[in-house]
Design a protein around this ligand. Structure first.
Ligand code: FE2
Length: 306
């Protein structure tokens, strides 16, 4: 039995030397500023979380991901794990408490509980219903943070830790067609009968450990397109991959990097899973293309933020 069954991803925590520049990228990406201090930037989506993205001021990098515990007792359970912090009060928008863990690659995993919700941000219906084409201009409307992806040389160990600690369960596993070697796996939240995303985490084999990307669900598929146009026209941002469609999870996706090479994804999908949905082994190798569109570039597959 896992220690707890986490309910959701809560935020990503990155580092960047210029919070104003990061804020501009994230606003253009579709997030909304929740709080900016001298040392940290908190950004939110349209959903009820007070924030879904933190940037600490410092050398560019990846600090870790946070996940939401279902109950206060769950927080006490993870605080008993070897190397866990004590339960700490959080001085962040929404308050709440956390326990800090380290996953096998050494990155910080915050398990959080008891945060206040924020008022949801109403979306202007004109953004998608108006016949005025100019009404669709602007950033994608981001609803929530949806998943985080690890690159790592220790795939099995990393997956086992997330399963045993936070209760994530396997959705799809990627194996080389010829050797059957495990390349990576998508794990989802175990919320019983409740429908959840295809994955809350993807762990992918790479020589270096770090964040591959952090991913945000947008309000609907139109946002993927007008978000793309916006990022393309307003700033000197690097586009990495998309717009295209992942076969696994049916996500219409688009990938961009921050000014410090931290990859951020927009996606929209209507495919959901519950705890009894079947898990599959997906063979990969030369000539096996599952996603729509062009094959992923080396720039995309080798991407790591350490
Ligand atoms: Fe993704």
């Amino acid at each position: 039995m896992p220690v707890i069954k986490a309910r959701n991803i809560a935020w990503c925590r990155l580092r960047a030397p210029d919070l104003d520049k990061m804020e501009q990228f994230l606003v253009d990406f579709g997030l909304v500023t929740a709080l900016k201090t001298e040392t940290a930037l908190y950004m939110r989506g349209n959903g009820a979380r007070p924030f879904i993205h933190i940037t600490e001021k410092g050398d560019p990098g990846f600090i870790g991901f946070a996940y939401e515990a279902g109950t206060a007792e769950d927080l006490e359970k993870v605080a008993q794990l070897p190397g866990a912090s004590a339960i700490e009060d959080m001085d962040v928008p929404g308050g709440g408490r956390r326990v800090v863990l380290r996953e096998p690659n050494g990155y910080q995993i915050e398990v959080v509980h008891g945060m206040a919700t924020a008022d949801e941000i109403d979306c202007d219906p004109k953004m998608r219903r108006s016949f005025d084409p100019y009404a669709r201009k602007g950033p994608a409307r981001v609803r929530r943070v949806a998943h985080g992806v690890f690159a790592t040389p220790i795939v099995e160990e990393t997956l086992a830790w997330f399963h045993e600690t936070l209760g994530f369960i396997k959705t799809d596993e990627l194996r080389l067609k010829d050797s059957n070697a495990l390349i990576g796996a998508f794990y989802r939240i175990d919320a019983g009968d409740e429908p959840v995303d295809h994955h809350v985490i993807f762990v992918n084999r790479n020589a270096r450990a770090g964040m591959h990307h952090v991913s945000f669900e947008v309000e609907d598929v139109n946002d993927v397109f007008f978000g793309h146009d916006h990022l393309k026209t307003v700033g000197d941002y690097e586009h990495i991959r998309g717009i295209s469609r992942h076969a696994l999870g049916s996500q219409i996706f688009d990938y961009w990097v921050s000014p410090w090479d931290q990859m951020h994804e927009h996606w929209s999908s209507n495919e959901r899973f519950n705890a009894s949905s079947a898990s599959h082994i997906v063979p990969i190798g030369p000539g096996l293309a599952h996603d729509s569109g062009e094959k992923p570039s080396e720039r995309f597959t080798k991407q790591v933020t350490q």
